[in-house]
Structure formats: structure tokens, C-alpha cells
Design a protein around this ligand. Structure first.
Ligand SMILES: Cc1cc2nc3c(=O)[nH]c(=O)nc-3n(C[C@H](O)[C@H](O)[C@H](O)COP(=O)(O)OP(=O)(O)OC[C@H]3O[C@@H](n4cnc5c(N)ncnc54)[C@H](O)[C@@H]3O)c2cc1C
Length: 801
């Protein structure tokens, strides 16, 4: 029987890149299984354009890596990849779009991209087919272009085979069976191969390859068209290749193909394909019947912008399917709940992203770590069982149709909502709550009158008035927030303490006490900023960000070597509230009928209390005010809310949303996950080092944490007060000292209590002595003052009161 360390299932561009990177990083005992021939899925008929731009800086970095790789694989393999590095332009023809591109251009400086803004004349010089009437300008990146999908895929595989990889074509995987040792029997129509690890790079068939291991991957194939025109005389006359062009406002893309163009459209409505499964008979050279009627609107708009394209005859129409995840980003990494089963699928931009995905997955498999923060960019754990088929179709459709739409910082998208709701959702809605979605759950953002419509803009908008009022009410009296989205893991058993002592970099709390719990990986980078409440000697409640439930469950399982430890995710079972503000002590006391004095419920204590129903009460505060978190069984949550509101009625209690909590935590310079805290950062960078117990003999990441302490990293998290007038930061704005770029913003907000525009940022330590900082917001350099501590109540007297 044949054996392999890794079997990669699928010979499209993504599987090929995974195979290449595994061998490049030293795992050469690898086999690729392809049911037909290489490229027989979506890959062969792709337009194969590659783009440097991406709103997620981690993805932008990986895309830059992938683009840089094309020449290398060509050289290594001897296989021509048909590279056309013609540069790319994203064209804006509305004021809003131009503002968006200007903001993006500033962020690209932080990401290290070579992109820059150009005017209509330069646009015309790069693509003479454009009628620049009404064009405001474009974002140009020299590192964009297109290549030959066949050549690229074959180059990856040839280079991998030269290092020892095996390719078996005409070999379909028909089933997967997990072995007792954690490996897999990979059953094919020819033979059974025993593998330590399997990689699902099944592309159009990734759902089927997932089902073989019992997982339902959140993927939907959608149809997509492009046309190729006959020769266009202007192109012949131009004498050099035109730039890859995205007409953002008409939602189409174009590149040169010989002396004609290839024109692609993300049409509305998007058309999902083969929802009940991809037929095994599809592929190799199959295409879907063209439906030009669906493209008509987009083409009419596009032809006005590219008049000579309208004149040209159509030589060929391609309609092919490719897969989308609900948010349009790939699904990569260890699939939660399975051993040695890795995803590399859901890739809608295989030529922009395939290289980075291959590198990330190979690093993850070989080193146990993807190498950087890839959670939102690609981690398969960002979805849970809420992502049903209907959810995936609705979200995928929404993503497809909004592919080139402007996404405003405060915008919430409507598809597949509500998916999951907290037990008080209807009551909050009745009170005017506006919601966003997090890990499938509706989370209140703010409360507003029924007829209020929020404006989406890059500037402060009309919803700020409600946030200001909620925060003022909290600071003067009290605010109540539905905190059902916070994750809660109950960890019990005789070895629970031992397990957590190893996993958490700081000291564990004593029974009845609460501590912040920093989790690190072996590289000493952050894996969690959780709160640990110790309910008893052998019982702990770990609380964190709800959307990381899959991520943390996987991390706990990977690190659980002790038996006699039980981990239960109580997030849905035990929802609850955050209560903040000076009146919250009286409200808690009256609502629960308890002594809530400082002596009875001191700061950082946790209590299980039997009222009419059992509750867990912790005294912790993210808002900077006196504060509590209170949790109960889901069935009792409406009752708990009624009790708290009734007790709060005489004390000025107001219900608040997450935007208020966010503004308050920024005023306290309190970082949160995905913004200030991610696996890109270490404790000494972000200030979580004060929760690391360097004296402990062992915890995961200790050696690296000691190095981090002894040689502090180049950047440090700080807070600035900005002289911003009408727009606050939204993330990744450049920070300069004089003319020098010295850092970037992670998050910020208008501070309703401090009446200040605030920004948290990672800045070069060496630059911290400067006094001429500025932050670029919407193309304007805004003077910034470095704060010594946080902007609100730096001594912390209010929360300790
Ligand atoms: C019309 C069109 C235009 C596009 N244009 C672009 C573009 O300009 N730029 C860009 O970046 N992307 C573009 N794409 C998307 C691009 O094609 C995909 O991102 C990419 O091909 C995905 O590659 P993959 O390897 O994940 O999947 P696939 O190409 O689908 O490969 C999966 C492979 O797995 C094999 N397989 C599946 N199941 C099994 C099994 N059980 N056993 C053995 N083998 C199996 C299949 O035969 C197939 O070869 C376009 C797509 C379409 C349809």
C-alpha cells in the first residue's frame, strides 16, 4: 500500500501551490491526486488576472508574495507561465469612489504596496480604450497583470515534482476514512493511500471532499462570464499592452487578449450553480451555456466607458463556475473538529491568492503556525454551524453582487439576516436597536427612533448622536448591553488547572477571582486576550470574542494533552449583559436582591448566585466605569433583562449598543482582538506583557515571550488625540512623524466622554520622542498628540469606585 506524509486532493492552481510550498519547506513525501488532469476544475478557464490590492493588509502582503513568485516558479520549473506584468488601474468616476481610492492609497503606503493615484490623462495613457469623460482618477499598481492558468499550475507542480512530489492524474478520491493514529485512508478509484495529512484543494468539488470527512464546508459555486472581442484597431496602434483595468463604478474588469480585450462582469443578480453538489462528470473542458442577457445592463454601462469595445465583434464567451465562501475570502487551515484534515478551498481569486495560500498552509502544517494573522483573510474557523446552505448562498450572492461596491466603515450588509438571535433580540428591536452580525449572531450596535436611516459615509455620520447619548447616560448613570456575543468556555476537571496554567501566559486567578488571560503560541505571538473567571478549584470560565469560538476551540483541542479536562462551549447556553456606570451597583443590588457593596462584590471577583434562577456575576469593566457582567441560562435572559431594567428605571439606566462600548474602550486605550491584538503582535508590543507571568516555569510560548521582554520589539501600541474635524480613523491610516512614516492606526473613535477624536496605533519605538505626529485621514494629514496614558480617567478611579 502506498503511503505519504501528505495527500493533496485537487490539481487546480491552489492545490498546485500547496504541493509546491510543502516541498519547498521540506516535506517532499507528498502526493497530489487529480481526478482528471491538472487544471480540470475552475482553473483552466480563468481569466487569470492578478491584483495586488486587497483591503486586508495580511492578504495584501500574501498577494504581493504570490505575484513575486510567478517568475521564480517559471525559472525553477522551466515551464513558461505566460506572465504579462502590464500593471493595473482601478478607475473611479464618482466623488465617493475617488474619496474611497484616496483613503485606500494612504493605507497601501502602510501595507508597503507600490500603488499610487493617477489622474485621467495617465489613465488614458495606460488604457487608450477608456473614454475619460467623468473619470476622477485611478489607483495604479505596477505589480498587476495576468498569466496563463495552465502554465502557472504546471509550473508549480513541475517544481514540486523536481523536489520529490508525486502527481497521480486520472485518480479520483472517492472516500476518506480516519485511522486510529489520526492519519487517513485515502480511498481512490485506483488504490488506497495511507496519509498522515490530507489537504482538501478540491475547488469546485471541495464540498464533496469535505463531506467525505463529515464536514460541511461553507461554499457556493457561482457562474461567471467573460467575453473576448475581435481585434480592436486602437490596440494595434497603441503598440504596448494596456493596463489591467477595473472600472469600479461600472463593475467590470478588462485586460488585453492579443489585439482584442477580455471583458469580465460581476453581474446582478448573481447566479448560484449546482447547489446540490458538483457533478463528478463536470470539468476538464466543460463550460456553462452563455447567458448574455444577464450581463446586458453592465455591458451597456461598460460600453459607454469603452466605446471602441462596443464596436468590436465578440469572438468568444466563457461562462464558468467557481466557488465563494460567505465573505468571499478563502477557507484555509486545520478544519476544527478533525485531525490532520486541512482546507485550501473557497478561493475566488486563485491567481492573486494561490501563492500566499500555499505558503500559509505549508507553514501551518509544518511549523504548526500560519506565520501571520490570517483569521479574517482566510482561516476556515471563522465560520461555524450557523453557516447553513441557505446562509452560504445568500451571503455568497451578496458578496458577488457587491464585488466592486464601496464598503463603508460603518456599513452592515443585509443578506441572510437574522441568522441567529439572542433571547432578547425582539425586545431590543422593539426598542429601536440597530444590529450587526457577528459569527451569525445579531449584535446591537445602537438604539435609534424607528424612522431613522443611517448614512453610510467615511465621515462621522448621523448615528453618532445616539452613541454620544448612550455613552453620556452610561457615564452619568448606567448603560445595559446585550453581551450574548461574548464567548464562554467552561473548563472543568481535576486537571483543568494544570491545562490552563500551561495555556495561559499569566497567573491563574484564585477561586472567586477574575484575571485577564493572555494566550500565546510557541512564537510568543498572541492567540487570545481572554478573561479567566475561576468559579471553583476545578472550574474555570474563559470568556472572549464570540467570533473566535471556532479558533479558540481548535486551539484548546490542539493543546489539550491532559485527560480529566472537560471543555464546554457555553456561549449560546449562557448569554447575558454588560452593565456599566456609577448607578450599576444599586441596580445590581436591587435587581438581584444581593449585597453588591465593594466588600461583597469587589473588583475582579466572580460569583455564582441563586436568584429566581442561577446567575454568574463578574465585576469587570471594559468601559472604564464601575461595571459588571451578568450571565444566565438562555431561557432566563428576558427575565434578567426585565429585572435589570425595572431596577434601573429610577437610576437613569439606558440600553446601549456595541458602538458605545467600542467608543468607551478606545477612551480607555483598551485594545480588542482583531484590531490591537492579533497573532501579528507580541505582549511587549501591545502592553499585554503586564499580564504575562515571566516567573512561571512553563507556559506555551514562554521562551519566545522572554525574548520579547528582553529585546522589546520595534513597534509599540500607543494612543493619539487627533485634531480631526469631521472624520475619525477606521484602521490602517498611516502615522507620520514629520515626513517620515512611523506606524499605522489599528482603531479609533470619537470619544463621547472626552470629546476627542482618538486613535490607537502601532508606532516605531524610536519615533516616540517626536512631537510632530500626524495621521492621514481621507488624504488630509491630521495633527496628532501622543497621549501618556488613556484619554479617560487614567487613574481608573471610576471603575474601582
Ligand atoms: C470565468 C472565470 C474567470 C476567472 N477569472 C479569474 C481571474 O481573472 N483571476 C483569478 O485569480 N481567478 C479567476 N477565476 C477564479 C479561479 O478560476 C479560481 O480561483 C481557481 O481556479 C480556484 O482554483 P482551485 O485549485 O481552488 O480549484 P479548481 O480549479 O476547481 O481545482 C480543483 C481540482 O480538484 C480536482 N478534484 C476535485 N475533487 C477531487 C477528488 N475527489 N479527487 C481528485 N481530484 C479532485 C478537480 O478535478 C480540479 O482539478 C475565474 C473563474 C472563472 C470561472
Amino acid at each position: 500500500m502506498r503511503t505519504a506524509r501528505v495527500v493533496v486532493i485537487g490539481g487546480g492552481v491552489v492545490g498546485a501551490s500547496v504541493l509546491y510550498h510543502l516541498t519547498k519547506l521540506g516535506w517532499t513525501d507528498v502526493i497530489m491526486l487529480e481526478r482528471k488532469v491538472l487544471t480540470a476544475g475552475s482553473t483552466w478557464h480563468a481569466a487569470a488576472g492578478f491584483f495586488a490590492l486587497n483591503g486586508d493588509p495580511n492578504m495584501a502582503k500574501l498577494q504581493a508574495y504570490g505575484i513575486g513568485l510567478f517568475k521564480e516558479i517559471e525559472k525553477e520549473s522551466g515551464q513558461n507561465v505566460g506572465l504579462h506584468m502590464c500593471g493595473g488601474i482601478n478607475v473611479a468616476s464618482t466623488d465617493a469612489r475617488w474619496e474611497f481610492l484616496r483613503a485606500e492609497a494612504a493605507k497601501h503606503k502602510v501595507m508597503g504596496l507600490e500603488s499610487h493615484l493617477i489622474g485621467p490623462d495617465e489613465v488614458k495613457a495606460l488604457n487608450p480604450l477608456i473614454d475619460t469623460d467623468g473619470v476622477k482618477g485611478a489607483l495604479y499598481d505596477p505589480n498587476e497583470g495576468h498569466l496563463d492558468p495552465y502554465g502557472c499550475t504546471h509550473a508549480y507542480v513541475k517544481a514540486a515534482r523536481a523536489r520529490g512530489a508525486t502527481l497521480l492524474e486520472q485518480t479520483r478520491v472517492t472516500d476518506l476514512k480516519q485511522r486510529a493514529d489520526g492519519g487517513w485512508d485515502v480511498i481512490t478509484d485506483n488504490e488506497v493511500i495511507v496519509a498522515e495529512h490530507v489537504v482538501n484543494a478540491g475547488g469546485l468539488w471541495a464540498r464533496e471532499v469535505g463531506a467525505m470527512a463529515g464536514v460541511s464546508l461553507p461554499l457556493t459555486p457561482f457562474e461567471h462570464h467573460y467575453l473576448i472581442t475581435e481585434e480592436i484597431p486602437e490596440l494595434k496602434a497603441h503598440g504596448r499592452e494596456i493596463a489591467l483595468t477595473v472600472d469600479l463604478d461600472n463593475e467590470l474588469y478588462m485586460r488585453q487578449e492579443h489585439n482584442g480585450v477580455l471583458l469580465g462582469v460581476y453581474e446582478t443578480p448573481a447566479t448560484p450553480w449546482s447547489l446540490s453538489g458538483t457533478p463528478w462528470t463536470y470539468g476538464e473542458s466543460d463550460l456553462l451555456p452563455p447567458r448574455l442577457d444577464r450581463l446586458e445592463d453592465a455591458l451597456v454601462r461598460g460600453f459607454a466607458r469603452f466605446p471602441s469595445v462596443a464596436e468590436a465583434g465578440i469572438k468568444r464567451i466563457v461562462n464558468g463556475p467557481f466557488t465563494f465562501s460567505p465573505d468571499g475570502n478563502p477557507l484555509v487551515g486545520p478544519v476544527p473538529g478533525l485531525r490532520n484534515y486541512w482546507a485550501a478551498c473557497g478561493v475566488m481569486a486563485g491567481f492573486s491568492q494561490g501563492g500566499g495560500i500555499g505558503l500559509t498552509l505549508a507553514q501551518w502544517m509544518i511549523n504548526g503556525d500560519p506565520g501571520s494573522d490570517v483569521f479574517f483573510a482566510m482561516d476556515v474557523s471563522r465560520f461555524g454551524d450557523f453557516a447553513s446552505r441557505d446562509y452560504c448562498v445568500a451571503k455568497g450572492k451578496q458578496f458577488y453582487e457587491r464585488r466592486f461596491r464601496i464598503a463603508y466603515p460603518n456599513e452592515t450588509w443585509p443578506a441572510a439576516r437574522p441568522c441567529r438571535t439572542s433571547p432578547v433580540y425582539d425586545d431590543l428591536k422593539e426598542q429601536g436597536a440597530r444590529f450587526a452580525e457577528s459569527f451569525g449572531l445579531e449584535v446591537p450596535l445602537y438604539f435609534a427612533p424607528r424612522d431613522f436611516d443611517e448614512e453610510y459615509t467615511f465621515r462621522r455620520n448621523n448615528a453618532l448622536q445616539f452613541v454620544n447619548a448612550e455613552v453620556q447616560a452610561t457615564a452619568n448613570a448606567a448603560g445595559l448591553l446585550d453581551a450574548s456575543s461574548f464567548s464562554k468556555f467552561l473548563i472543568t476537571g481535576s486537571k483543568a488547572e494544570k491545562f490552563l496554567d500551561r495555556l495561559i501566559a499569566g497567573k491563574l486567578p484564585k477561586p472567586g477571582r477574575v484575571r485577564l488571560a493572555t494566550l500565546l503560541n510557541e512564537e510568543g505571538r498572541l492567540m487570545g486576550d481572554m478573561t479567566c473567571a475561576r468559579l471553583s478549584d476545578n472550574g474555570f470560565l474563559l470568556m472572549g470574542s464570540g467570533y473566535l469560538q471556532g479558533f479558540h476551540t481548535r486551539w484548546f483541542e490542539e493543546n489539550l494533552s491532559e485527560s480529566h479536562v472537560a471543555i464546554r462551549n457555553l456561549t449560546r447556553e449562557n448569554p447575558g449583559f454588560v452593565l456599566s456606570g456609577p448607578a450599576s451597583r444599586q441596580i445590581i443590588a436591587e435587581a438581584l436582591g444581593i449585597d453588591a457593596s465593594n466588600a461583597a462584590i469587589p473588583m475582579l471577583s466572580v460569583h455564582t448566585i441563586a436568584t429566581d434562577f442561577p446567575i454568574t456575576l463578574a465585576r469587570i469593566s471594559l468601559s472604564g466605569e464601575l461595571g459588571y457582567e451578568v450571565y444566565c441560562d438562555a431561557k432566563n435572559m428576558p427575565d434578567l433583562r426585565r429585572k435589570l431594567l425595572a431596577a434601573g428605571a429610577g437610576h437613569g439606566l439606558r440600553e446601549i449598543g456595541m458602538r458605545s462600548l467600542n467608543a468607551m474602550r478606545v477612551e480607555k486605550s483598551a485594545g480588542v482582538w482583531s484590531l490591537e491584538f492579533t497573532p501579528n503582535y507580541t505582549p511587549a508590543m501591545c502592553g499585554l506583557d503586564r499580564f504575562v507571568d515571566y516567573e512561571k516555569s512553563y507556559f506555551v510560548g514562554r521562551d519566545a515571550a522572554l525574548r520579547d521582554r528582553d529585546a522589546p520589539p520595534a513597534r509599540k501600541l500607543v494612543t493619539f488625540e487627533l485634531a480631526a474635524e469631521d472624520a475619525d480613523v477606521s484602521g490602517y491610516e498611516p502615522v507620520s512623524a514629520g515626513k517620515q512614516l512611523v506606524g499605522f492606526v489599528t482603531s479609533g473613535a470619537w470619544g463621547p466622554r472626552t470629546k476627542k477624536s482618538l486613535a490607537m496605533a502601532y508606532v516605531d519605538r524610536a519615533a516616540l520622542t517626536h512631537d510632530d505626529f500626524s495621521v492621514e485621514i481621507l488624504s488630509r494629514k491630521i495633527p496628532a498628540r501622543l497621549l501618556e496614558g488613556c484619554a479617560y480617567d487614567p487613574a481608573g478611579t471610576r471603575m474601582r469606585s
